[in-house]
Design a binder for this molecule. Structure first.
Ligand SMILES: O=C(O)[C@H](CS(=O)(=O)O)OP(=O)(O)O
Length: 257
């Protein structure tokens, strides 16, 4: 199996073979939580207007998305797993409802990776399941695309997720706790925990950095300008450790010591 690592929008456009589009903060973490909560299908679009049109067609659709990290007008929520979980705790029912996503990085990658033979979307929450699902296929070529910030600037978390998936594709041991601890200490993650990007609540950080939380891969099939994303169960993922950040977000938004 040949494994290539690329990044950003150009990397998605050129990606070939089995392609994994990676966005940890926050698009495909949100997809994974939505799928785990029963949303069917998850639909990814590149333009906010396409989301509005999907709601016309599917009035029970739930719309989640951002531009420049800010929630989109006319959408039900931002691109935020904590906002999603809060809404569900408050009575929002997701089971059997389409969940439409539009973001500046992840959903762009899945829509524009048109050379892909087969596409998955991934975050740390389902990195192990994604790798194990692909290993079953014994593909000749896999391309891992780290979408980064706004699909224009590489980010540590997406590169780390690609590293984890590559290790599991090769059958190597991946030191999850150590590598996630190093990620937690980066300027990027500490800045997000400190609330430096206002539309990005610090409570999203631990939800996005929970590793191997879900035992399903998310396969995406493009139908015109919409990607239809559905979970594929990979029970073997449960054989690998799950790692949840052990430094909870405190009242100041900073991780406690
Ligand atoms: O809003 C998001 O989830 C991210 C925030 S950041 O730009 O990565 O800091 O936006 P994205 O669409 O992943 O660029």
């Amino acid at each position: 199996m040949e494994i290539r690592r690329t990044r950003l929008l150009a990397g998605a456009v050129e990606a070939e073979g089995v392609v994994v589009i990676i966005d940890v903060f926050r698009a495909f973490s949100v997809s994974a939580y939505a799928a785990a909560l029963g949303a069917r299908p998850v639909l990814a679009v590149a333009e906010k207007e396409r989301g509005w049109a999907l709601r016309e067609r599917y009035p029970d659709a739930v719309l989640s998305g951002e531009a420049g990290a800010w929630p989109l007008p006319g959408y039900d929520m931002g691109n935020s797993p904590s906002e999603l979980l809060r809404a569900v705790a408050g009575g929002l029912r997701l089971a059997g409802r389409p969940f439409v996503q539009r973001t500046g990085a992840g959903t762009q990658g899945v829509i524009f990776s048109r050379k892909a033979r087969r596409t998955y979307v991934a975050s740390l929450a389902n990195a192990v399941a994604t790798a194990l699902a692909i290993r079953r296929l014994e593909p000749a070529r896999v391309t891992l695309v780290a979408m980064g910030r706004a699909a224009r600037e590489p980010t540590e978390e997406d590169e780390l997720c690609a590293e984890a998936i590559e290790a599991h594709l090769r059958g190597d041991r991946w030191p999850a706790a150590q590598r996630l601890g190093e990620l937690w200490a980066t300027r990027r993650v500490q800045g997000l925990l400190a609330g430096e990007l206002p539309p990005f609540p610090p409570s999203d950080v631990p939800l996005c950095l929970a590793y191997n939380l879900f035992d399903f891969a998310l396969r995406a099939r493009r139908v015109g300008d919409v990607a239809v994303i559905r979970p594929i169960r990979v029970p073997e993922a449960r054989l690998y450790p799950a790692t949840v950040p052990d430094r909870p977000v405190g009242p100041t938004g900073r991780g406690s010591p």
